[in-house]
Design a binder for this molecule. Structure first.
Ligand code: AKB
Length: 317
């Protein structure tokens, strides 16, 4: 069967690369990118684009009616740091956007829905090392508890209505093509830009703050693998834990210095993102994803750093 894929929130860090990957697999005309904002050149020029605000259900309804998607990826969200500045807006967008899409997917019999969750669903009382799939979850950011509530909605729509909704708890995603937007893990992208542009960077997280991270190539591969996995293999309908690597600003600095020996780092005091990072896991147990759909990361810190340095250097020149 030929797929028709709708990606909502296509202009963001993950959307930009997912649109490209899915257009390569399914053909440009089969993948409709949509966003509230003007698309980036790469998206506008490689296939269909539709403007849509995920909170405007009428426009979304029209999109579903027009394109009859077989798969929908809902990527529009307000991330952790921005969510603390605009808590009500983050709740509204992250929650009602999801419910609109779940309802429309039911109405239009969309075969599969992808919705991203995050390591932000864990909180200060969750185990920090090898954080399991199931444990105490007491997120204390609006982003975190909107993602946790969203997971419950996904599981509920699957159990009550049979909707095939699939989800991953993304760690911090590192990439060089599109800018990240308002997350706590963003330092690990800014650092590469500043290392190449100015040779120095002030980190908003402290030297030894360890967080789970993943290179974009792995994140896209994981997302498409989960969506392609046979339905009978899936045992989790809330959201799968997923791990790539974990590192601290200090460890990342040392790796960058292997490419740029003069690079220096300093650390800001009292940034509000530190408290968010301190409430999150340091390492993740993703054995269920490995078991159910053969997940295996390909990038470690060494390979990620080499790839980021090379690609970013070329794109900045
Ligand atoms: C953030 O930092 O808010 C995101 C995430 C881990 O979900 N990158």
């Amino acid at each position: 069967m030929s797929e028709k894929i709708l990606i909502i929130g296509a202009n963001g860090q993950i959307g930009t690369e997912l649109v490209t990957a899915l257009r390569r697999i399914h053909g440009a005309e089969q993948v409709i990118a949509s966003d509230i904002n003007n698309p980036a050149y790469a998206i506008r020029n490689s296939g269909p684009f539709e403007f849509a605000n995920v909170l405007d259900k009428e426009t979304l309804h029209h999109l579903f009616q027009k394109h009859q998607p077989t798969q929908v990826y809902l990527l529009a969200a307000i991330l952790s740091a921005t969510g603390e500045q605009k808590p009500k807006m983050a709740w509204d967008l992250n929650m009602n956007g999801l419910i609109h899409v779940l309802d429309l997917a039911l109405e239009f019999k969309t075969a599969k829905v992808f919705w991203p969750s995050s390591i932000a669903v864990f909180g200060p009382n969750s185990p920090k090392q090898n954080t399991p799939q199931y444990c105490v979850m007491d997120p204390n950011t609006v982003y975190g508890f909107s993602k946790l509530a969203g997971e419950r909605w996904c599981e509920y729509y699957h159990a009550k209505h049979g909707l095939d909704v699939r989800s991953i708890r993304y760690p911090g995603i590192i990439s060089w093509k599109a800018a990240p937007g308002g997350g706590t893990t963003d330092y690990a992208i800014h650092i590469f830009h500043e290392a190449l542009k100015t040779g120095t960077y002030q980190s908003f997280l402290s030297t030894s703050t360890m967080l789970p991270m993943m290179y974009m190539e792995d994140a896209i591969r994981a997302t498409i693998s989960l969506m392609d996995a046979p339905i009978e293999n899936l045992t989790i309908r809330s959201s799968y834990n997923l791990a790539g690597m974990s590192f601290t600003p200090e460890q990342l600095t040392q790796k960058i210095q292997q490419h740029l020996p003069d690079f220096t780092i300093s650390y800001a005091d009292n940034d509000p993102r530190q408290a968010i990072a301190d409430s999150w896991p340091q390492t993740i147990d993703d054995s269920q994803a490995r078991q159910d759909w053969n997940w295996q990361p390909e990038y470690d810190l060494e390979r990620l750093t080499a790839d980021m340095m090379e690609n970013l250097k070329n794109s900045l020149n």
